[in-house]
Design a protein around this ligand. Sequence first.
Ligand SMILES: [Ca+2]
Ligand SMILES: [Ca+2]
Ligand SMILES: [Cu+2]
Length: 358
Amino acid sequence: MTEEPAEPRVPAERTVPVESPAPVPAGPPSEPPVAGRSNAPDNHAPAAMSCCAPARPAVPAAPAPRPERSGNGDHRIEQVALPGGVFRMGDASGDRNPLDGEGPVHDVRIAPFAIDATSVTNADWAAFASATGYLTEAETYGYSAVFHLAVAADPADIVGPAAGAPWWFGVRGADWRHPGGPRSGLEGLDDHPVVHVSWNDALAYCAWAGRRLPTEAEWEYASRGGIDGARYPWGNELMDGDRWRVNIFQGRFPAANTAEDGFATTAPVRTFAPNGFGLWQTVGNVWEWCSDWFEPGYYAVSPAADPAGPEGGQARVLRGGSYLCHSSYCNRYRNAARSSNTPDSSMGNAGFRTVALA
Ligand SMILES: [Ca+2]
Ligand SMILES: [Ca+2]
Ligand SMILES: [Cu+2]
């Protein structure tokens, strides 16, 4: 189902359509970004396209920077030590999105590990950025993807809407400090998840903090909170009576968000209730990068112990859905749901949490 956006916030004649760039040939990582870096999402497109998140054409698969233990970074997020063990990975509820490769359900053994209780916040990222001077890819490219209802920018700074997903705009000056664009800031958002960080950016934080991203299997094991086979971190029912337990999108996607759960965009990382492991908002709020390459067929061939993803690919795994997931449109705010995006993609609804090095 593809809904036309009704009443886009920015009049169409004041926006510049994004061309769909040709596939980028392999090149050195230092190659400058393609002009008009596309935000060409299709919510229900397969594989490399992301649910509720703008995807770009595949970028050269540069070797991923390897996190080194620096010991310098002051990573202050509460840690939850998980015992590991065998869990059933994959969708057991029948809700799976067929093209995403949520099955088959299979037993996976996970070694013990310690993970952040919350996603990395704006305050955490600010500490990293001020200690290192690191610039995110959104900052170096000069723009990032913002959901149309969240745009806070002059019309001249809006490039888009993107073909195929007109609810996403490329916004010049949108970055982690300016989540809606140049006219927005971080006031009151210290304890919200950092957004507009790419997979590459997340690895830079990990290198500073002496940490790593979770594998996709670790993420799902953690999100399940010790409950076998459930849709959500708390069980199988979305609602707690008439109360929301997750920050997703209510109303008519993408035109009108009633924010019945209390949040039109991000929520503080400790909103709602943690799961049985004490982890907050694995599903909903923001997508979370995992370390793996994404491959829909991976579960059929993955090792039984500590799978770390395919050897290569074009997009990195994203898990958990976001404040833009809508019950009638996208069903990826579940433990088993999978999505992905290219490693240099950034958008206003994706962040990450980290895991301790062994
Ligand atoms: Ca919401
Ligand atoms: Ca999340
Ligand atoms: Cu979604």
